[in-house]
Design a binder for this molecule. Sequence first.
Ligand SMILES: [Zn+2]
Length: 283
Amino acid sequence: MPELPEVETVRRGLSPAMEGVVIDQADVNRPDLRWPFPERMAERLTGQTVQKLRRRSKYILADLSSGETLLIHLGMSGRMTVSGDPLGQFVHEHPITQKHDHVVFHMANGARVTFNDPRRFGAMDLLQTATADDHKLLSVLGPEPLGNDFHEQHLIDAFRGKNTPIKSALLDQGIVAGLGNIYVCEALFRAGVSPRRKASQISATRVAALVPIIRKVLQDAIEAGGSSLRDFRQADGELGYFQHSFDVYGREGEPCRTDGCGAPIKRITQSGRSSFYCAQCQR
Ligand SMILES: [Zn+2]
């Protein structure tokens, strides 16, 4: 499942193909994904210039010249492919249409952007740009972890009286938007905080220390995504999935990488999801 850094990498990969460019034609090949598409979606997209391509949490937002914004969510298995436009040092040829190519954007610069989603947990919607923040998916979101509203005092206040494990508190999208399982595990490892510890029982100093760590974990991953775009060899021009090595995520039973530790990484289930951590380093 794509997390914030993957979505940001997709946004950056789409930007040269779409930003400032007219959508010559939009093909909408089915009535819905997770939810029904908005009415006359193809018509409302065709002929519009993509003025800006933004990201909020794990949503890509394309502001159109019509005053509407196209919201794109990749869901579990959604993939965006760019063809006919340079991606790093490569130009990928237009692929033959695949079975799950649900929406295709033919851009005026010759680029083609394809949204493919076999499991259809993804979503697209059209909203008024001026009131986009009020959309039901966006209004519930807390501050962006890389934005100015995510700061030490915000997290300290949010954790006060929060009797859930810190793992769940950080996954709460109302506290901080866009953090997912992988990067929460990684941030807690770097911070030396056990995922089992109750949010309200962690000292303000340790909570404050989490803020720059969360930012750094995400920035490191976005940087890895950026290098993947510069050197984009993937044959079909698919965006957003890149090689990235994790300290704890997916490393159950493997030795902790902290100097002098080497304890096996543990995996436990919390709220139905796996938490990976080092019981020696994280308290
Ligand atoms: Zn360790």
